[in-house]
Ligand binder design. Structure first.
Ligand code: SF4
Length: 82
């Protein structure tokens, strides 16, 4: 605890500008994350063989980066045959 408090007060602690940038980046990613899946795996195994957490992660990637080519290829190669 003391060590953590010492770091917070040290010169390497994040500035208000750093916190603002982190908040901006967090908001950007949250706005572009379509499905808030935590990949906990509770929904697995899927009776239809769908790798649900991986499919949702790749779906989010496709939306975030505005391209489904790479996520679709990854799903087909690694998760489509489960
Ligand atoms: S979709 Fe499945 S892996 Fe994702 S948060 Fe829900 S239960 Fe967990």
């Amino acid at each position: 605890m003391r060590e953590n408090l010492r770091i917070v007060d040290s010169p390497i602690a994040l500035s208000a500008q750093d916190h603002a940038l982190i908040e901006e980046v967090k908001n950007f990613y949250q706005a572009r994350t379509r499905v808030p899946c935590t990949t906990c795996g509770y929904c697995m195994p899927c009776p239809s063989g769908v790798s649900i957490p991986n499919a949702l992660t790749l779906y989010n990637d496709a939306v975030m980066f505005e391209s489904r080519i790479h996520p679709a290829m990854i799903y087909d190669q690694f998760f489509g045959q489960e």
